[in-house]
Design a protein around this ligand. Structure first.
Ligand code: HEM
Ligand SMILES: [Cu+2]
Length: 647
């Protein structure tokens, strides 16, 4: 049978069915149509072409957790080396690569992507739509992230791992002192992977602004969605700074520009200004969505809405703005004018106010409710405890005299791990326990969950609290060893053993996931009795998310209307279509076609990645690379099929 005949027959059939709406269809037929329109092909091919936000987000999550494992193993290796004075397991050169790979991976390849991954999964479900706003861009950004992360680690395997710290200070990373291609790999791959972070930020903003279910006005957006919206805006304004600075760095190294060379009229401090203009907001890119997890988890286990919705939203927005006004607190030791130092001390301390408001709102929520101490809530409580300690030491190092005292000691290492692990990883683990049933259809074991929590929580505090003391005793950070006479040996041994406890806690999480995927209790649609829309569909959700799009009349839709949500009708079921509405009130405006599966996002990512990789060796790669990149993009955006002929 000829392919052409088959094609015409299918065309005819498609034409006959064209324009079918969900109005008046029964559930079974509705499901058949939608499942066909939104399906991902089976097998490897389907895996490569899919634009389903849930499949892409799941991949993002798995990849981010694999990078977490790599970064965690580098941390263990460092702690192994530091366990005893004058140990000889790991030399200074490898140690430099290890802490740089650890920091770079944690910040660029784990923390930001994992937060974006949860957002890609949850946002469309929470706001009641069928996919993100730019599904193919979403697929593209995953491939960029995966290939960029792999290239950084492959370079490390070939002894070309970045080694100038995750902030790659010049002149250490500059043409004069940077070893081989190490800083070049760092610079180009950071720029490249941040393309993916930016793309996801754009998707999130467009999706939240335009695709909310009818009735979900700004004051009914779930707090988690607010938090990722603020995160996306911070990414949009912060990431370009690091991309610009790392591009300047590779230009200095490869093309012979002198951006950072004072001898030729450049400025080494320019690097620090550009980097920290990104680097400080980066902390909030990680922390803000984590607060969103807390605001999503709390109501379900306290059985009441979070106290102070408006206060929390305004605090999130305030933190977003303020986070851009205090980068200089990372540069107090560089000798800045006194007025500048005072200004940035004040602004750094000011950010404690909106953070504090959020914490008070959460505590008020718990106070007034009857909390159920399930694992997700334990992680939230662990977060509040840890983050408060990190915040207190943060206020300490925001003051110049104290910062000068503890600068580049383990006090700072302790502080930022309290903020990063306490502020982001704890809520993240809570989120894993909370949404695992939605994503997989099965519950994680509560018993293992408790063990998991206590091991990580106790292990973490035993690992990082003593670092404050080491720091006050003067132990510098980023050193591969220390003399026995320093007297730091005992504390370091204690820290290294404690870090194994943290590791055991994470191993338990993996075990719990593997066991639960096979034998976990079936979750049902809404196992926690939660109030937001993602729990209104099945677990795991179907490819089209909702068979009929919900209409929202309340901030806690599933609590206000526990039995049946009002629904939108009139969307096409034979083709991918989403509903777009007004930004403020989510009044429906348009039915918008949603992109179909395509191989071109993947091929375009390969082309862009090739150009970036080549540019580590020759600037001409940018010129020649433009050809495959253009081909990829043209095919990706090539118009397909007949245009809509109605409305
Ligand atoms: C709980 C497990 C962890 C352990 C045991 C650990 C351990 C360490 C160690 C030993 C260092 C090097 C200190 C030095 O020699 O100066 C370090 C640095 C660092 N860690 Fe962690 N870490 C952990 C988790 C994390 C997480 C979750 C993040 C971020 C989300 C993170 C971000 C960083 C950063 C940015 C650096 C600085 C790297 C540099 O100086 O270039 N760590 N960590
Ligand atoms: Cu900062």
């Amino acid at each position: 049978m000829s392919g052409v005949a088959g094609k015409t027959a299918r065309r005819k059939q498609e034409a006959a069915l064209k324009g079918i709406r969900d109005t008046g269809l029964d559930e079974a037929r509705l499901h058949d149509y939608l499942a066909h329109a939104w399906r991902t092909p089976n097998g490897l091919y389907g895996w490569l072409v899919t634009v389903d936000h849930k499949l892409i987000a799941r991949r993002y999550m798995v990849t981010a957790f694999l990078f977490l494992a790599l970064a965690g193993l580098s941390a263990l290796a460092m702690r192994f080396q530091l366990a005893t004075p004058e140990a000889r397991h790991i030399g200074p050169d490898l140690y430099n690569q290890l802490f740089t790979m650890h920091g770079t991976t944690m910040m660029f390849l784990f923390a930001v992507p994992v937060m974006e991954a949860f957002a890609i999964y949850l946002v469309p479900l929470m706001i009641g739509t069928r996919n993100v706003a730019f599904p193919r861009l979403n697929a593209f950004s995953y491939w960029v992230y995966l290939s960029g992360g792999l290239m950084i680690w492959i370079a490390f395997a070939f002894d070309t791992g970045a080694d100038a710290g995750w902030f790659s200070y010049v002149p250490l990373a500059g043409p004069e002192y940077g070893i081989g291609k190490r800083p070049d790999f760092w610079a180009q791959m950071v720029t490249y992977t941040e393309v993916s972070a930016l793309a996801v930020a754009v998707e999130i903003i467009a999706t939240v602004f335009k695709q909310r279910a009818p009735g979900m006005s700004l004051d009914r957006i779930p707090l988690y969605v607010w938090s990722v919206l603020v995160m996306a805006f911070i990414i949009l304004f912060a990431m370009p700074a690091v991309m610009v600075s790392s591009t300047m760095l590779i230009l200095d190294r490869l093309v012979g520009t002198r951006f950072f060379d004072p001898a030729a009229g450049g400025d080494a401090l320019l690097w620090q200004h550009l980097f920290w203009f990104f680097g400080h907001p980066e902390v909030y890119i990680i922390f803000i969505p984590a607060t969103g997890f807390v605001s999503a988890i709390l109501p379900s286990f306290v059985r009441r809405p979070v106290f102070g919705y408006l206060g929390i939203v305004l605090s999130l927005i305030a933190i977003g703005f303020l986070s851009f006004g205090l980068w200089v607190h990372h540069m107090f030791a560089t000798g800045l004018p006194q007025l500048g130092e005072s200004f940035f001390t004040a602004s750094s301390m000011m950010i404690a106010i909106p953070s504090g408001i959020q914490i008070f709102c959460w505590i008020a929520t718990i106070w007034g409710g009857r909390p159920i101490f399930a694992t997700p809530l334990l992680f939230v409580l662990g977060f509040i405890f840890t983050f408060v300690i990190g915040g207190l030491t943060g206020v300490m190092v925001a003051s110049v005299p104290l910062d000068l005292q503890v600068h580049d000691t383990y006090f700072v290492v302790a502080h930022f791990h309290y903020v990063l692990v306490g502020g982001a990883v704890f809520p993240l683990l809570g989120a894993v326990y909370y949404w695992f049933p939605k994503i997989t259809g099965r519950m994680l074991s509560e018993r293992l969950g408790r063990w998991n929590f206590w091991l990580v929580f106790i292990g973490f505090n035993l690992t990082f609290f003593p670092m404050h003391i080491l720091g006050l005793q003067g132990m510098p950070r980023r050193v591969y060893t220390y003399p026995p006479a320093s007297g730091w040996g005992g504390t370091n041994l204690f820290i290294s053993i404690s870090s194994l406890v943290v590791f055991a806690g994470f191993a338990l999480l993996v075990l719990n996931m593997l066991l639960s995927l096979r034998n976990g209790r079936l979750a049902g649609d809404n196992p926690w009795g939660a109030s937001t829309l993602e729990w209104a569909t099945t677990s795991p959700p179907p490819s089209y998310d909702f068979s009929r799009l919900p209409v929202v009349t309340h901030r806690e839709p599933l609590w206000a209307e526990p039995d049946i949500l009002p629904v939108v009708e009139g969307l096409r079921v034979d083709a991918r279509e989403v509903l777009a509405g007004t930004v403020a009130d989510a009044v429906p405006q348009l039915r918008v076609p949603s992109a179909d599966n395509s191989i071109w996002p993947l091929l375009s990512a390969v082309a862009v990645g090739g150009a970036f990789l080549g540019s580590i060796y020759t600037p001409w790669a940018v010129v020649w690379g433009a050809i495959p990149v253009s081909i990829g993009f043209i095919c990706w955006f090539w118009p397909k099929g007949e245009p809509e002929d109605e409305e």
